[in-house]
Ligand binder design. Sequence first.
Ligand SMILES: [Zn+2]
Ligand SMILES: [Zn+2]
Length: 305
Amino acid sequence: MRVTFLGTSGAVPTTQRAPSAVLVNREGERFLFDCGEGTQRQMMRFGTGFDVSHIFVTHLHGDHILGIPGLIQSLDFNDRADPLAIHVPPGARGEMERLVHAGGHRPGYPVRIHEVAPGSVAYDAASFEVRTVETEHRTRSMGYALVEDDRPGRFDRERAEELGVPVGPKFGRLHEGESVELDDGRVIDPEQVVGPPRPGRRLVYTGDTRPVEAVVETAANADLLVHDATFAADEAERARRTGHSTAREAAEVAARAGAKRLALTHVSSRYAGTWERLERDATAAFDGECFVASDGQTVDVPYPE
Ligand SMILES: [Zn+2]
Ligand SMILES: [Zn+2]
């Protein structure tokens, strides 16, 4: 699983930072989390590929959605035929429809808009799901968590051979959790040769938000938490007033959740040359790996073991 930060600015972009967008490539399937203005050019610049199956929108502020019409129209020029799903908070369908059809455009491929309530599942795939998580901003908003299912435990090949299981298809059946009968009539159960299930990966993207309890819960043991960090600690009052977080507040959420890594994003343009201070604010409150994301930065998210 690879995460590419396409846009890491706050509401107003800078020459170094584009408005919000994060691309996640999970085993070849591409997801966009938010799609600020110019996201399609960032995808070109950073070579992520265009073939996105889902766009997960946190809220309808312009810096998170104005890239959608351009991307949708460019996909048409590329003769796209596959459907595109766009997930939005409750009540946002009408606005999103207008955006999809901006300038009277009619996409030549199916564009499906799904309103999803916070605290539910936006996309239920075979081996993972994308959940929605309640956030607190100045408008209807939510974050997303990509949560993989547990993987089967490790198969102890040596032990299986000791027990007399013949090398072959019975190995596979045991690993998938089935008991098998041997030629001598003995039955071998999977628990005898397969270790405990191993956790999948967990990635949380908050979008714009105050620090909230729901994110702490959803980001429990997360492999990567991407959190709003619009302001430095000395602007805590402004963060509260505008429905954002300081880097320090983001770090406190990560620490309480026990997240492994924290990416700070949505950096206010006021820190154009001084963003390192956000990193300093955060490392004071969070022991794990922590960084201010920059446009074009890619991060691999490996399995926990
Ligand atoms: Zn924003
Ligand atoms: Zn916003």
